[in-house]
Design a protein around this ligand. Structure first.
Ligand code: SAM
Ligand code: GLN
Length: 261
């Protein structure tokens, strides 16, 4: 089939033209610019319909393309790992500010997923990173991204809950970053989100299970903690004296607490 025919099929199904180009690019390896000026270019129809049909049932585009742009880079993703969200870039931005201001050298991330957050941080600052996840698949992908971006020599990735795998290194950690699962268990998830791993998203009845367990099991004295939260979870943290930062939509999104004083 031709590029022209494929574009028309996408259009008829109500899917954006840009997605069609990205899908054809994935199949053919040609750039979008090439495809735009060669609408008669022929490629494999079966591959096209396989991807189109997945897309039509809501399979996320990032999983189809095996990439998601986050902060300043394109991260490898695949089914089984959370697709990094644009709102999480605010977590990176605020972590970077803290790292500068406090001259932080050792940063830990709980729940690295694809590694997008900790790797973005390491690419901006000459820090050492420690990352954990309870998902083996997530760690595999984080490692793949760490290799892709050449930071594996500064990033120690280990399987386990919270910071359990880094008991021996715990005292050295100065900043703890996390975008944990915080969605309420009974939430209506969007069609696309249903394809993502539940353990990356669901945080119990009120979405706060991760925070409660983490805060009650660790002595955070001497450290700074920065985490992403859900839009309606700010008060839980305000009551405990945390700073709450809003995202660009005006929703509570990031919480920070300095446990050094
Ligand atoms: N940091 C990535 C990002 O922002 O795109 C992934 C965030 S995802 C919302 C949460 C991640 O935390 C998932 O990869 C999940 O497997 C992991 N996770 C959930 N509970 C955890 C725990 N108690 N300890 C470590 N990792 C956990
Ligand atoms: N913002 C994500 C969503 O609603 C949730 C991410 C998370 O639980 N950390 O899809």
């Amino acid at each position: 089939m031709t590029v022209y025919e494929a574009l028309k099929i996408f259009k008829d199904r109500g899917l954006p033209e840009l997605e069609a180009y990205l899908v054809i690019k994935k199949i053919t390896g040609k750039t979008k610019e090439y495809l735009v000026i060669h609408p008669e270019y022929q490629f494999c129809e079966k591959n096209f319909f396989d991807l189109l049909n997945k897309r039509l049932i809501g399979f996320p585009l990032a999983y189809l393309l095996n990439e998601k742009s986050f902060y300043k880079h394109n991260f490898y993703v695949e089914e089984g790992v959370l697709i990094p969200r644009p709102e999480t870039e605010l977590l990176v931005e605020n972590a970077l500010k803290i790292i500068n201001k406090e001259k932080i050298k050792k940063v830990a991330e709980i729940g690295v997923g694809s590694g997008a957050v900790i790797i973005s941080i390491l690419l901006e600052r000459n820090c050492i990173g420690f990352g954990t996840d309870i998902s083996k698949k997530a760690l595999e992908i984080a490692k793949k991204n760490a290799k892709k971006f050449n930071v594996l020599d500064r990033l120690d990735l280990r399987l386990g809950k919270f910071l359990e795998p880094f008991k021996n290194e715990y005292d050295e950690i100065e900043l703890i970053v996390s975008n944990p699962p915080y969605v309420k268990n009974n939430s209506d998830l969007q069609k696309e989100v249903m394809f993502e791993p539940k353990e990356a998203l669901l945080g119990g009845e009120d979405g706060l299970d991760f925070y409660r367990e983490f805060l009650s099991s660790y002595d955070l004295q001497g450290k700074i903690v920065i985490m992403e939260i859900g839009h309606d979870q700010g008060d839980f943290f305000r009551k405990k004296g945390w700073d709450v930062i809003k995202d660009y939509s005006g929703n509570d999104r990031i919480v920070i607490k300095d446990f050094r004083r």
